[in-house]
Every structure is written in structure tokens, then in C-alpha cells.
Design a protein around this ligand. Structure first.
Ligand SMILES: [Mn+2]
Length: 372
């Protein structure tokens, strides 16, 4: 049972006010700016997008969820940025729930040297940690119902069940889940992850989606493009996408924040024609994609038509090179796009950017070794 040693923390200080949750995907707040962004003040743009989310949360009494990568660089040490972020978080009616993403930290565990830790320490953020289930009362009409919410930080294994496995038929399984939820004092359970998952059009080595017995809704950050939901037996899987585009390939995606109402009976279609509970996308302030990025020298090459450089073809014994060389595998990943953007900066002889590019390349290489 995944929830064997799980701490249950009741967040009852909101009384019967909370109406639902709001998804504020991967902000990537940074005191510098990603390679091709043209903003005078990139952090200001991201904070403005986040503020739209916080204002909506305050109006509608929704609990903000930040599914990882609140910060773009784990070495972030810009006091001005932290001050501006604190000023924003102070405006929220409740401290946002936050998951640790791959950009927030270096290594597996969040530590005192990470900027994110300051915000958790002063209780402006509530960390979604391993083995912790937050129980939040969420109002449904006139009735208060309890929602359970927990997170799996980046790099941690995703469970198949939370209350133990069950092999009986569907009806018996549902009864088992219901009984277990009652024991934990919740009626609906959401899990937040920050992983590469096999939604439509995702990277081929991404993790498969599957039922997690006991989890009603599985929400994933990390992948910045909006994917259609997927239904896996009793678990609905969502990948809503992030708020501010940091790479050119997502410049034209309509960036949204997403309202999540655990008790809604309104449904939305999945990628295979089944139905899951609806989440509602609220578009952020429109910014012309042509103004957001510098497209100088940028050529959009459709997947499959790109030429593999000779030096890559000559090194086929490396698995990541094989992956790059395989036409079907030529898809974007968050890390690869960022590495490419960072390398763009490196070419301009920017020392700080070269550190960043080096870190990314090291990370990519480590990742390709891990998947062997
Ligand atoms: Mn991200």
C-alpha cells in the first residue's frame, strides 16, 4: 500500500470557503530570460501571468496548484526576484500548493540552499511531498466534502495503487476504493506529478499512463504543451500545460490557467473518445507570439524531415544519439528545447549562459545514461 506511512494533514483553516483548485502550470520564473524571449523583464511577464491566477483564486476561492518549476534555475539567487515573488504570494488567500520540479532543485531533495526552500519555510507555499496527504474541505453546493491531494516529486516512482492492489471485478473494486477513502476521510483524490508521460504526441521514452487504484484525477506538470486528457479505468489523467511559453515551438499555444472542480458533473472528451470530469481553461492575457520571441535564424523543421548532422551519424553506439537519429523519436522534450535555447546563448559568449548550457548538457547526458 503506497499510503502505508502517509502523514495526513488537515487544511481546515479555510472553513467551508474553498470551491476548487486552479492550475498554474510551470511558471519558470527567472531573473534572466530564456534564449529567444525578447522581454525587457521576463520575470515581470511571468509574475503578471501568475498574478492573473492568484486574482482569480481570490475571487472564486480556489486553491492554487503550482506543479513544479516555479523557478527556472535551481541556483536562483536574485534577491529582487525572490522579493517580487514573495510580494505576489502574499496576495494569495491561501498559500499555493507546490510540487518540486526538475528546474527548482539540483539532485533529488530540496535543500536550504534552494530559493524555493525560503518560500516554503516562511509558509508562503505548501510543499506537495512524498508520503503526505493534504485533506482540504471543498464546498459542493451546500455540502462540504473532503478532497485528498498529494504529489510525486520529479524523479520519484509513480505508484500503481495508493490503498493496496485489488484484483476483483469493477464493481467490487469501486466498493473497495470507496471504503478505503472513507478510512482516510476523503471523497476525491488528486495526484500531482512532474514527469515525462505518454500523452498524445509525447516523447517515445515517456512513462506510460495507467490506472492508479484510489486516485480519481492525475494531473501532470513538466510537459508544457496542453494535452487532451486520457482515461485509465478509475483514474482520469490530465496534462493542462504551462502559463508562459519559454521556447519558440510553444509560442503559438494559447496559454491558460485551469479551473478544477472536484464535484463537477460536466464532462470533457478524452483523446480516445471516452469522458472525464471537465477542467476549464481560462486564457491568460494575449501576447502576440511574434513579439515574444526573436526568430532570427530560427527555422521550423517538421519532425522527420530534419537532416542528422554527420558527427551524430558517426557515433551510433550512444543510445541518446540513436534516439536522436531515429525519425520517429524526433520530438521535443522540455530539457532538449531548453538545452538548445541555452546553447544559443552560449554562442554569444555569455559566461553565465555557458554555465547554464553546460549544466543542461550534463543533465541530458546523465538522463540518457539512466534510461539504458
Ligand atoms: Mn517545466
Amino acid at each position: 500500500m503506497y499510503f502505508e506511512n502517509t502523514k495526513i494533514i488537515e487544511q481546515s483553516f479555510v472553513g467551508d470557503e474553498c470551491q476548487g483548485f486552479l492550475w498554474i502550470g510551470d511558471p519558470h520564473l527567472w531573473s534572466k530570460k530564456p534564449g529567444r524571449r525578447t522581454d525587457e523583464d521576463f520575470a515581470g511577464t511571468v509574475l503578471e501571468d501568475m498574478l492573473q491566477g492568484i486574482v482569480l483564486c481570490n475571487q472564486k476561492k480556489m486553491w492554487p496548484i503550482i506543479p513544479g518549476d516555479l523557478l527556472h534555475n535551481e541556483k536562483e539567487a536574485d534577491i529582487e526576484l525572490i522579493t517580487r515573488l514573495l510580494r505576489l504570494l502574499k496576495k494569495s488567500w491561501v498559500p499555493p500548493l507546490v510540487l518540486v520540479g526538475n528546474h527548482d532543485i539540483n539532485g533529488k531533495k530540496i535543500q536550504d540552499r534552494h530559493a524555493l526552500k525560503i518560500l516554503i519555510e516562511v509558509e508562503y507555499l505548501i510543499p506537495l511531498e512524498k508520503n503526505t496527504l493534504y485533506v482540504i474541505p471543498v464546498y459542493d453546493g451546500k455540502i462540504e466534502k473532503k478532497v485528498g491531494i498529494f504529489g510525486i516529486p520529479y524523479g520519484e516512482a509513480i505508484p500503481r495503487e495508493i490503498f493496496g492492489t485489488y484484483d476483483g471485478n469493477m464493481k467490487e473494486k469501486n466498493k473497495f476504493i470507496l471504503t478505503k477513502k472513507k478510512e482516510f476521510g476523503v471523497e476525491w483524490i488528486a495526484m500531482i506529478t512532474h514527469h515525462d508521460l505518454a500523452f498524445e504526441g509525447a516523447y517515445p521514452t515517456s512513462l506510460p499512463l495507467h490506472e492508479i487504484i484510489g486516485v480519481d484525477a492525475w494531473f501532470n506538470g513538466h510537459m508544457h504543451s496542453t494535452k487532451r486528457p486520457v482515461k485509465k479505468d478509475t483514474t482520469s489523467c490530465y496534462n493542462p500545460g504551462n502559463i508562459t511559453p519559454i521556447s519558440v515551438d510553444l509560442s503559438t499555444q494559447e496559454h491558460k490557467i485551469w479551473e478544477i472542480y472536484p464535484w463537477t458533473r460536466t464532462m470533457m472528451e478524452t483523446s480516445d473518445g471516452t469522458y472525464v470530469q471537465e477542467i476549464i481553461g481560462v486564457p491568460l492575457k494575449y501576447r502576440d507570439p511574434k513579439m515574444l520571441f526573436d526568430y532570427t535564424g530560427y527555422h521550423v523543421v517538421p519532425a522527420g524531415e530534419a537532416q542528422i548532422p554527420d558527427f551524430l551519424v558517426e557515433a551510433p553506439h550512444l543510445e541518446f544519439v540513436e534516439q536522436l537519429s531515429c525519425e520517429n523519436n524526433r520530438r521535443r522534450t522540455d530539457e532538449a528545447v531548453n538545452a538548445r535555447e541555452a546553447l544559443g546563448l552560449l554562442k554569444n559568449n555569455n559566461i553565465e549562459a555557458s554555465d547554464f548550457a553546460f549544466d543542461y548538457l550534463e543533465y541530458l547526458l546523465e538522463k540518457s545514461i539512466e534510461t539504458k
